[in-house]
Design a protein around this ligand. Structure first.
Ligand code: HEM
Length: 503
């Protein structure tokens, strides 16, 4: 009976909200979007498997600013760099909040990525920046370089596990820097696999319309034991509990070490020593590094290997540059970054071509606004489509082609193409605070990989080359679909054993 009443209330409230919205829409000029259906609006159309491709497609009809709505929410999708810059970059004071998500509330956890725009978020950004800004990065060079070499040593020993070895590497670096935790050697360790689930939970909770509860928040009150209808409440509670356990354990470990006087330098130890915030805030700030930093970097490292398997000419050219600049007496290190322009362009192209985050996280508009003559109501969720920008044919001719050379070529407008590092990590006040760290880890791993390893397509039983797919493993978390490759060890691998080399 109670359920019937809920259902009835949802329908009546939804219909009323839509009638009010429609009458307002007649008087105000809203941005264009695909036609909707009575009561439900058009937001369901955005809920496609590969929504970035859908957005790219319809932007040819509706332009770079598109509006979607349903009775409970409105979403503004931006498909150009200019629109992203105008709103997120130049109007950051009202475009930097996050949507209120009943799913995040229900999970009962915090983290920097979901925190509302306000004093607590500002404090966390400040603390994050203090430890992760460009100037602070050299303290991590030895750890990151040592782990890059360690990863390649293991990878050469068991090339069939190359994907898992890279996963282990990214989690070891993040857990090492954040908590000084190193006591794990296996890619199957729970601490390695949990990072990937954490980010899936957060992204799913923040994606408009992905779960019914995000469209009808009232559904969170359905008890988990109710068959079928309680599925989402059950799922979301389980996510919350798992993430809480994953993130509290390592934080408590550092606290224990500190109390015992045995803690070594780490992000969490600094927070504790500075008494930087309350314990809950510090736990989830550290979780933001763990959750935000591991799976993302991994996705791009896997995409790098995929690009090298598909483009042996690019791989060779990058290897020649390393040999020319670094010589044959040592491995490349992070300090070489400025002197390897082709490798740097290769990394830019991996970031553009793979476009790991196809959208930013949602940005909630804090006040009514107007853009290009269109009304943008307060509470609208703004979603720049990063994938669409990376596919802009004017900036990147033949965008599906992997070609690092494109970044040195002047276009018909006399300009070099837009640097993907300027949008792939977001923009404005919510820009990814781990960008400099991520670039450093990517460079270290990719440069050592190229110097010591050649990858190529594997052969089937008849001796034919097998070409891996470029379709991501899942549309929500765009890491490459697992694939096999041939791994050949290069002579410079002899230096991998030398963990004491400084460069
Ligand atoms: C390696 C590739 C990475 C990519 C492509 C990436 C991309 C992004 C994007 C697109 C956003 C959303 C920006 C927005 O909403 O406007 C973001 C936010 C965030 N990223 Fe990253 N990221 C990466 C690595 C990292 C690393 C290494 C860390 C941590 C060490 C990190 C921590 C975060 C956090 C905490 C946020 C939320 C910031 C906020 O809401 O204020 N990310 N990232």
């Amino acid at each position: 009976m109670a359920l019937l009443l809920y259902g009835y209330a949802v329908l009546v409230l939804g219909a009323m909200a839509l009638i009010i919205l429609r009458s307002l829409m007649k008087t105000r000029r809203y941005p264009p979007g695909p036609p909707g259906i009575p009561v439900l609006g058009n937001l369901h159309k955005f809920n496609q498997e590969y929504r970035e491709k859908y957005i790219e497609d319809i932007s040819k009809t509706y332009g770079d600013v598109m509006f979607f709505y349903n009775p409970t929410m409105s979403v503004l999708v931006l498909s150009s760099y200019r629109a992203m810059q105008d709103l997120l970059g130049n109007r950051g004071s009202i475009y930097s909040d996050r949507p209120r998500s009943s799913i995040i509330d229900m999970m009962g956890n915090g983290n920097l990525g979901t925190e509302a725009f306000g004093p607590s978020w500002k404090l966390q950004r400040k603390l994050f920046h203090h430890h992760m800004n460009k100037g602070a990065l050299p303290q991590y060079f030895p750890i990151v370089e040592q782990e890059s070499r360690r990863c390649l040593r293991r990878l050469h020993r068991s090339p069939e596990n190359w994907m898992d070895e890279l996963r282990l590497n990214t989690v070891r670096v993040i857990l090492g820097v954040t908590y000084d935790i190193w006591d794990f050697e296996s890619p199957d360790d729970e601490r390695v696999t949990a990072a990937s689930r954490f980010i899936t939970h957060v992204t799913s909770a923040l994606t408009p319309g992905l779960l019914w509860m995000n469209i009808f928040p009232i559904l969170r009150h359905i008890p988990p034991w109710v068959p079928w209808l309680g599925n989402e409440t059950r799922l979301v509670s389980a996510w919350g509990e798992e993430d809480r356990t994953t993130m509290t354990k390592p934080f408590n470990y550092v606290k224990m070490q500190k109390n015992a006087g045995t803690a070594k330098r780490s992000f969490v130890l600094s927070l504790l020593e500075e008494d930087a915030a309350d314990e809950r805030t510090m736990t989830w700030l550290a979780a933001s590094m763990y959750g935000g930093g591991a799976e993302t970097t991994l996705g791009l490292l896997h995409a790098f290997v995929l690009a090298m398997v598909l483009h042996p000419d690019v791989q060779r050219k990058a290897q020649h540059e390393i040999e020319r600049v670094v010589g044959s007496g040592r491995l490349p290190g992070i300090q070489d970054r400025g002197s390897l322009p082709y490798v740097e362009n290769l990394i830019r192209e991996v970031i553009r071509w793979w476009s790991l985050a196809s959208f930013t996280l949602g940005h909630r508009v804090m006040e009514d606004d107007e853009y290009k003559g269109y009304f943008i109501p307060k509470e609208t969720i703004v979603l720049p489509c990063l994938w669409c920008i990376s596919r802009d044919e004017e900036m990147y001719p033949e965008p599906e082609t992997f070609r690092p050379e494109r970044f040195d070529e002047v276009g018909p407008d006399g300009q070099l193409p837009l640097d993907p590092l300027k949008f792939s990590f977001g923009m404005g006040r919510r820009i990814c605070p781990g960008q400099d760290f991520a670039e450093m880890v990517l460079f270290s791993n990719i440069a050592v990989f190229l110097a010591t390893t050649t990858v190529s397509k594997p052969l089937d039983a008849e001796g034919n080359q097998i070409t891996p797919t470029t379709v991501p493993i899942n549309p929500m978390q765009r890491n490459p679909t697992p694939f096999k490759c041939r791994v050949e060890v290069r002579p410079a691998a002899a230096f991998l054993a030398d963990d004491n080399q400084t460069k």
